[in-house]
Write a protein that binds this ligand. Sequence first.
Ligand SMILES: Cc1ncc(COP(=O)(O)O)c(C=O)c1O
Length: 381
Amino acid sequence: MKVPLKYTFLDLGKINAPYMAEIEEAVVRVIESGRYVGGEECARLEEGLKELTGAPYAIGVSNGLDALRLILRAWVERGDLTAGDEVIVAANTYIASVLAIIDAGLRPVLVPADMATLNLDTSRLEEALTPRTRAIMPVHLYGRVCWDDRLKSFAERHKLLVIEDNAQAIGARALTAGLHGTHATGSLGDAGAFSFYPTKNLGAMGDAGAVVTHDADLARRVRALSNYGSDYRYHNISLGANCRLDPIQAAVLNVKLPYLERENSHRREIAGIYEAHINNTRIVKPAIAGNDMVWHQYVVRCAGRDRLQKYLAEAGVATDIHYAVPPHRQPCMQGVDYGTAGNALAIADAIGESVLSLPVSNCTSEADARAIADIINQFFL
Ligand SMILES: Cc1ncc(COP(=O)(O)O)c(C=O)c1O
């Protein structure tokens, strides 16, 4: 018998319900404006992202994958990167990170993840280095900051461009040696890519994304590339595409952005409850970092992951897996010339086999999290 899931994983209707009156008003405003491409809502979102990240330039685009693609294409166009140059990226990322690198004619070099953080292992970056290494893509996976002094000095020492995949970590902040206070992910490197896919911590009601950077020339190129390569009307400086931000999605995001910190705090509270209450020795909980993370996912590891997932479903707890099949196992990657460092692929496989995401969004109350922890504590293999 199928048990109805008492504890949902993510219910987007419920997530958006508190904002619906404001969202309806904002969307109607766009419809009544008669301006359906670009316009005020897009500009407002860009201002909001500048304020959030402290970066001087933000460009709204169509989605997170395009944000990554446009940054890399702009660097190729400017001559900072050339075909076949290598970009270091964790082997256990979501495939979009790798697709963007390949799309720009570059070569992904998959590096090992650190089992404690599930982000790339910054103690093993030298293993990935070749004469073609030109860039590194830290992915702030699951909302955990992928940034430390080792990564920063590695990039500086080898003059690498740093492109942050910040799709999962909007609102997270990192400490950086030599810089005062914390700084927002997405603004730590040379450019950052954001996704507003509906399930993200700041989710639209369709696809949307953004690029954030400190580099004025890069910002100008990304904006042009996202708009047929046009810098002003009927003037095309590059072979661009149409990857513009939809103003209706921008209007939705402008309503939700002021509440992002509240939502992220709630995620931190739920993660704190799991951390305090889950005490089953079969479960490896995610390490709590000093950096300010935003728990896009709360991911535990368990040797009997599939049994754990089944057990939880039978107890009414919905879970998800991010990601069971790593990029190098995907059929589309089989003919691709990518590099690897050390045992990166074996580690990515081990992560894919053992990870399980527990509910951590606004759909999960503190009482729910305590109940879920109790259920997990009663799991025996
Ligand atoms: C790590 C990561 N990178 C990139 C993307 C791509 O974002 P989008 O779905 O908006 O294209 C996603 C999300 O889907 C992601 O999780």
